[in-house]
Every structure is written in structure tokens, then in C-alpha cells.
Design a protein around this ligand. Sequence first.
Ligand SMILES: *[C@@H]1O[C@H](CO)[C@@H](O)[C@H](O)[C@H]1NC(C)=O
Ligand SMILES: *[C@@H]1O[C@H](CO)[C@@H](O)[C@H](O)[C@H]1NC(C)=O
Ligand SMILES: *[C@@H]1O[C@H](CO)[C@@H](O)[C@H](O)[C@H]1NC(C)=O
Ligand SMILES: *[C@@H]1O[C@H](CO)[C@@H](O)[C@H](O)[C@H]1NC(C)=O
Ligand SMILES: *[C@@H]1O[C@H](CO)[C@@H](O)[C@H](O)[C@H]1NC(C)=O
Ligand SMILES: *[C@@H]1O[C@H](CO)[C@@H](O)[C@H](O)[C@H]1NC(C)=O
Ligand SMILES: *[C@@H]1O[C@H](CO)[C@@H](O)[C@H](O)[C@H]1NC(C)=O
Length: 396
Amino acid sequence: MKAQDPKSPSFFPISFNLQSHLLNYLSYFLLFVFGLTLGVVLSNLKDLSFGSLQFAQIPFSPVSPPPTYVVGTNTSVSSSPPRIGLKDYLKPPKAFHDMNNTELLWRASMTPRIPEYPFPLVPKVAFMFLTRGPVVLAPLWEKFFAGHHGLYSIYVHSSPSYNHSSYTETPVFRGRRIPSQEVEWGTVSLIEAERLLLANALLDISNQRFVLLSDACIPLYNFSTVYSYLINSTQTFVEVYDNPNGDGRRRYGLSDYPGITIDQWRKGSQWFQADRDLALEFVSDRKYFPVFMKCKGYCFSDEHYLPTFVSMKFGAKNANRTLTWVDWEKGGPHPTEYATKNRTAELLSGLRNGFGRKCEYNGRSRDVCFLFARKFPPTALDNLLKFAPEIMHFNT
Ligand SMILES: *[C@@H]1O[C@H](CO)[C@@H](O)[C@H](O)[C@H]1NC(C)=O
Ligand SMILES: *[C@@H]1O[C@H](CO)[C@@H](O)[C@H](O)[C@H]1NC(C)=O
Ligand SMILES: *[C@@H]1O[C@H](CO)[C@@H](O)[C@H](O)[C@H]1NC(C)=O
Ligand SMILES: *[C@@H]1O[C@H](CO)[C@@H](O)[C@H](O)[C@H]1NC(C)=O
Ligand SMILES: *[C@@H]1O[C@H](CO)[C@@H](O)[C@H](O)[C@H]1NC(C)=O
Ligand SMILES: *[C@@H]1O[C@H](CO)[C@@H](O)[C@H](O)[C@H]1NC(C)=O
Ligand SMILES: *[C@@H]1O[C@H](CO)[C@@H](O)[C@H](O)[C@H]1NC(C)=O
């Protein structure tokens, strides 16, 4: 039972001793080379610090050229690399980018799961204009936005067949057009356009509230009132109602598709105000939106998809009303157009106090029911410019 102890010297074969001698010589040699190198380095350092050549240069020097920086002074090239940080990552692309819809919606659907931002975030409101041609009431909006740079972003989706080079955009709208597609009234293409607007606006992480507007919309209050109303709201504003006997349920056309019953079918205005969470749900919905996509022709999906989707999934956080006033009193397929030129001042005052109504806001009753109103045709612009800035307390 004489198992060899691996620790005893006799365990190692004879060649080991030879190898260890060789190793010894090798280590002496390496020590010598190291010493030589150290000497060369030190002599170079000396050269540097005294600025003169006191030692002869050794040819075939193995050291790399001496460093060019001098520690402790500011005169030389900085040796620390530029900070990378988050700046580039957070920078939204140009409004008119070349991502296709698949790429855009995918990118827009990304969201951080850590709720605290590691940088100061000033929340912005995204104003999304769904138009045919230019934003015709732009001069009024210019006055509204003046002096509030950094608190808003603008996105415009207009018909691709509209010739942009024939119209001079005013400063806040310049370069804010997004890649757009053809939209037909009453069809699902309207929802697609809304999704594109939202997706583009989501690319800017500062955008925390999202407002859909048309070229016939006007603001009813000044920017500071609108901004704090939206930013501070605990609710989203998507109009949702059931309309058992009227238009609402008669338009239900999804009986062939499972998932949305007639009891869940809702109606509401197309003009909504959403927070970031709802905007994200809207662009990444792959369950309900495809059902509406199957509807061909005039299904008025624009008035049913979002109300139905929101009431089914996100009703608890929704005010079920919109902040955009529109007058349907006259009936018919289109709301009243405020073309009457001589009563603008009275009309604006009436709209601002919601014609006497009160509305709930963050659990309390308030006078402000509507922040925006439509429909105002281009011919109303002159009068609006005359009265609105004073009535709405614009700060210009
Ligand atoms: C070094 O330069 C930076 C800017 O380049 C300056 O802020 C800093 O005060 C300078 N430091 C000294 C010690 O001169
Ligand atoms: C978008 O581009 C990607 C990559 O080029 C392509 O796979 C996809 O089919 C495109 N989608 C559309 C809707 O054109
Ligand atoms: C668009 O308008 C510009 C300027 O009015 C004109 O030169 C151009 O030919 C127009 N383009 C189209 C496609 O109509
Ligand atoms: C939101 O409300 C709080 C408390 O009333 C207020 O201090 C804050 O300034 C408001 N924020 C905005 C953006 O108005
Ligand atoms: C809005 O409607 C949903 C159901 O769709 C309901 O849960 C919610 O309480 C309503 N919100 C308000 C403020 O009435
Ligand atoms: C406004 O003009 C209409 C005709 O265009 C007239 O009938 C109406 O009396 C005017 N209203 C006021 C308040 O001047
Ligand atoms: C905005 O309008 C409100 C009244 O709606 C007014 O109290 C406030 O002073 C105005 N803000 C500015 C900056 O003019």
C-alpha cells in the first residue's frame, strides 16, 4: 500500500529538474530585460521632466514613444474621452424620417420599465394635427405657443397629395410634418393616421401628454392653462358613451369577429387627449385594431375604435369625455362650422365657460370643461386673431 504522495519530490520525473534549471535561467534573463526596460523608461521620463537630453539615446529602444500629456496642467490635449451618456439615445429623429410604418410602430412601442428618469425631464405636450392641407389657423396657434418653447412638440399629418412647397409654413410648424398616408373620411385610415401621429410623438420621451387636433381646431385658453390642465390631470380624455338606440349600436359591424360584443361597442369623439401609457397601448394594440381593420368602407371606426378599446381595457382611468368642444346640435353628418364673422367675441367667451356647464377634474368640479373647440374655417382666422389673444389671455 505505497501509494505515491504527489507532494514528495520523487514523484516528479527526472526531466523536471532539467526544466526547472532552464526556467531559472529564463527568469534571470527576463529580470535582466525588465531592468533594462525600466532603465530606458526612467531615462525617458527624466528627459521629459528636465527638458534636456542628459542621457544617450539607446538604439533599438523597445519602449513606445513617450506620452504627450503632462499631469497636473491644462495646457495639453485632454486624455479623458468625451462623455457618452444618454443624450444621443434620447434624441428623437427628425419629424420627417424614413422609417416605414412597421419600423416606426415597433420603435414607438418601447418603454422604460424603471419609472424614475435618471435625468431632469421637463414634460411636454404633443400637439398632433391631423389635416388635409396646411394648418390654416397657424397664425393663431403661433400666438398660443409663443414664449413656451420646450414645453410642447408639434406633429402634422397631412394628405400626401397636398403640395407642401406651395405653402409657407409658419415658424412653429416648420419641419414638423411626419411621413403621411392618404386618409379617407369615415374609414379606418383615420385611425392609422392617428397611430402614426402618436408613434412619432412617442419617440420623444419628453412628450407626456398627447392631444389630437384638426386644422379646424382652436385653443380656448392660453398655453399655461392648457399645459397645467393636461400635465396635472390624473385621467385621460377619450369620449366614451353607449348609444343603444341611435347611431352607436346601429353601426356595430363586428358580429363576425369574436372579441368585441355589441354590449362592449362604444361611440365617442375622435378628438382625444391621452397620457403616455394610453398612447403606448394605442400604438401597440395588435388585438382590437386588426379587428377594425377588417371593416371595409365607411365604418366610422374613428368614432368607435378608441372609445371601445379604452372602455374595455382602460376605462377606470378615463374621464369618458373629450376636451374638444364641437357642436352637433344641428344634426347631420358634420358638426356646426363657426363661420359667422360678427360674433366671434361672444362665441369665444361662451365656449370658454362651456356655456355654463361644470365638469369634473381630478375629482373636483371645475368651470373649465373644454380646452379646444372646432370647427373654425379659414375665413374665421382674421376675427380670431382680432379677439382671441385678449379673451384667452395670451401673453403676447
Ligand atoms: C482646465 O480647463 C478647464 C476647461 O477647459 C477649466 O474649466 C478648468 O478650470 C481648468 N483647470 C485649471 C486647473 O486650470
Ligand atoms: C419595413 O421595412 C422592413 C425592413 O426593410 C421590411 O421588412 C418591412 O416589410 C417593411 N414594412 C412595410 C410595411 O413596408
Ligand atoms: C408644388 O408647388 C410648387 C410651388 O408652387 C411648384 O413649383 C411645383 O411644381 C408644385 N409641385 C407639384 C407636384 O404640383
Ligand atoms: C400641478 O399641480 C401642482 C399642485 O397644485 C402645482 O404645484 C404644479 O405647478 C402643477 N403643475 C403644472 C404643470 O401646472
Ligand atoms: C368611464 O367609464 C368606465 C367604463 O367604461 C368606468 O369604469 C369609469 O369609472 C368611467 N369614468 C368616469 C370618470 O366616470
Ligand atoms: C351678424 O350678422 C348677421 C348677418 O350676417 C346678422 O343677421 C346678425 O344680426 C349679426 N349679429 C350681430 C350680433 O351683429
Ligand atoms: C392664462 O390665462 C389665465 C386665465 O385663464 C390667467 O389667469 C393667466 O394669467 C394667463 N397666463 C398668462 C401667462 O398670461
